[in-house]
Write a protein that binds this ligand. Structure first.
Ligand code: URP
Ligand code: ZN
Ligand code: ZN
Ligand code: ZN
Length: 462
C-alpha cells in the first residue's frame, strides 16, 4: 500500500507543475496522473505546493562551550521538521588533541536515537596535524563525510592559520571534499574587542562594532586566494555582507570554484537590532553580526542572480535567560548564535517569494536542492523525482500566522523574528515515506532520522 498526494502543485528547483505523487516504502515511485493503486491512501492537497524536504546545511545542536546550546538533536530536528526541513547537516567539531574519528564518534553519540530528521555532519577541524590530514580521506571514504569546516575567527579555541588553510584545501581536493569557511579575521577582532573593553564598552552593541564587515570581506578574499593557490573548491558559510559577496562574484568571474551560503537573519534582520544600550540586544549577538539594509539588498540580489548558492540557518540557540545573560557585564562573553531552523522556509517564502525577490523554484533551490548537490546527497535528497527519498513538504500558501516563541517547537526562550507576519504554512511533512508532521504539528512518536552517508565532492577536471 502506498500514499498518493493528489491535487497539489509540485515545485522543484527547475519546475512548477500540477501532478500527483505516489510514495511507497521510503521512495517516490510515481509522479503524474492516475498514479494511485488499489488500497493506496489518497490524500488531497488541493491548493498546496509540494516541495522537496528542506535541507539545512548549517546547524549547531548540542554544541558545548562555556554553556551548551539550548537545542539538542531531538528538539532541533523536531523544530526542523515542523518548519519543513527534513535533513540537517550539523558541525561535528574537533576538540584540541582529538582525532577526527573521536570528534565524529562524539557527535554520532549526541545524535544517536534522537534525530527526528535525517542528518549528516561536516567535520570542523580545529587541531591540524599529519594524522588529521590522513584521516580526511578515511572520513570521506568510510564515513561518508565529504565536507569539512575551518574557522578563521574565534582566536582562542577554533581559529586556524593560513598555512593550515592552504594544506587543508590541497588535501580536500585530493580526497574529494569541500571545505566551508567561517570568514572573519579573528586576530583583528581580538584586538578590537580588547580595545573596546579597555574603553569600558561592555554592552551587546559592541559585539557588532568589533566585528565590522571589513574583517569578513578580508577573510573571504584571503580564503579565496588560498583556494586558488591550492586549486581547490571552497564554500563560504554564513556570508553576511556586500563586500564578501563582491569577492565571491569577482572570484567566479576569474573562473574559480567558489560557493556561498547566506542565512535568513542576514536577509531579514539588520543592525538596527543593536541600536540600544539595553541588554536585550544580546538576542542578536551572532557572528558575523547583523549588517546594514544596504548589505541586505545586495544579498537578495545575490540570490536572484545566483551569486549565492544556499541558505542555511546557522541555528545555534542560547536562552536569553541564563545563557545570553552570561555576557551582562561584557559583550564578549555573550554566547554567539541565534535560533532559526524552524523558520527558514516560512521566512524565505514570505519575505523572498511573495515580495518578488526570488521565485518559487529559487526558494526550493536555496533551501534544499543546491545544498543536496554540494554536499553529496542529490538526487536522493533535494528534489521530487521517481527514485528520490519521499521527503515531501505540503505547503499551504493560503494560511498565515505570526512568528512567536509561544508557538515554536525549537527549545529556546525567544524567537529573533518575534512578531513578524508569515504567509504560508507547513501543513504536512513526509520523511522517507512516513508522515512526520500533520496539521502543522509534529506527529512522529519516535525519532526516525537516519544518518546520511554522503558522496564525495566531484573534482573539477582541468
Ligand atoms: O554566532 C554564530 N554563528 N555561532 C555559531 C558558530 C558559527 O560561527 O557558525
Ligand atoms: Zn561560523
Ligand atoms: Zn584575546
Ligand atoms: Zn555556524
Amino acid at each position: 500500500m502506498g500514499i498518493v498526494l493528489t491535487g497539489g502543485t509540485i515545485v522543484t528547483a527547475v519546475d512548477c507543475y500540477q501532478a500527483d505523487v505516489r510514495l511507497a516504502g521510503e521512495k517516490i515511485v510515481a509522479i503524474g496522473r492516475d498514479v494511485s493503486q488499489a488500497e493506496d491512501n489518497v490524500i488531497t492537497v488541493e491548493g498546496c505546493y509540494l516541495l522537496p524536504g528542506g535541507l539545512d546545511p548549517h546547524t549547531h545542536f548540542e554544541l558545548e562551550g562555556v554553556t551548551t546550546t539550548a537545542d539538542d538533536f531531538a528538539s532541533g530536528t523536531a523544530a526542523a521538521l515542523t518548519g519543513g526541513t527534513t535533513t540537517i547537516l550539523d558541525f561535528a567539531t574537533q576538540s584540541k588533541g582529538e582525532t577526527l574519528a573521536q570528534a565524529l564518534a562524539n557527535w554520532q553519540s549526541k545524535a544517536a536515537g534522537k534525530c527526528f530528521a535525517d542528518f549528516g555532519f561536516h567535520l570542523a577541524i580545529t587541531d591540524w596535524n599529519q594524522e588529521v590530514c590522513r584521516e580526511m580521506q578515511r572520513l570521506v571514504v568510510e564515513d561518508g563525510i565529504s565536507s569539512f569546516k575551518l574557522y578563521m575567527a574565534y582566536k582562542h579555541n577554533l581559529q586556524v592559520d593560513d598555512g593550515i588553510i592552504l594544506q587543508a584545501l590541497k588535501r580536500s581536493r585530493e580526497v574529494g571534499a569541500l571545505i566551508g569557511f567561517h570568514c572573519e579575521n579573528g586576530d583583528v577582532i581580538d584586538v578590537l574587542i580588547q580595545e573596546a573593553r579597555s574603553q569600558g564598552k561592555r554592552s551587546p552593541r559592541f559585539h557588532a562594532l568589533t566585528r565590522p564587515a571589513a574583517v569578513e570581506r578580508e577573510a573571504t578574499a584571503r580564503v579565496i586566494t588560498l583556494a586558488e593557490l591550492a586549486d581547490a573548491p571552497v564554500y563560504i558559510v554564513h556570508l553576511s555582507c556586500a563586500g564578501a559577496l563582491q569577492e565571491v562574484i569577482a572570484a567566479r568571474a576569474r573562473g574559480l570554484e567558489v560557493y556561498a551560503e547566506t542565512c535568513p537573519q542576514y536577509l531579514i534582520l539588520d543592525e538596527s537590532c543593536y541600536d540600544t544600550e539595553d541588554f536585550s540586544a544580546a538576542k542578536y549577538v551572532l557572528s558575523p553580526p547583523l549588517r546594514s539594509t544596504y548589505d541586505q539588498a545586495v544579498l537578495w540580489n545575490g540570490l536572484r542572480t545566483g551569486a549565492l548558492d544556499t541558505i542555511g540557518t546557522d541555528h545555534c540557540s542560547f536562552n536569553y535567560e541564563g545563557q545570553k545573560e552570561l555576557g551582562r557585564e561584557d559583550f564578549s562573553k555573550i554566547p554567539n548564535g541565534i535560533p532559526g531552523v524552524e523558520n527558514r522556509l516560512g521566512l524565505l517564502y514570505t519575505y523572498g517569494v511573495l515580495t518578488g525577490k526570488i521565485n518559487l523554484q529559487q526558494w526550493v533551490a536555496f533551501t534544499s536542492t543546491n545544498a543536496a548537490k554540494l554536499f553529496g546527497l542529490f538526487p536522493r535528497k533535494g528534489t521530487l523525482a521517481v527514485g528520490s527519498d519521499a521527503d515531501i513538504v505540503v505547503w499551504d500558501p493560503r494560511q498565515s500566522s505570526t512568528i512567536t516563541v509561544s508557538q515554536q517547537t525549537q527549545r529556546v526562550d525567544y524567537n529573533p523574528y518575534e512578531g513578524l507576519p508569515q504567509t504560508g504554512k507547513v501543513e504536512q511533512v513526509f520523511l522517507r515515506g512516513q508522515q512526520v508532521v500533520a496539521q502543522g504539528k509534529l506527529c512522529s512518536k519516535e525519532p526516525q532520522g537516519q544518518y546520511l552517508f554522503r558522496k564525495p565532492f566531484p573534482t573539477r577536471k582541468v
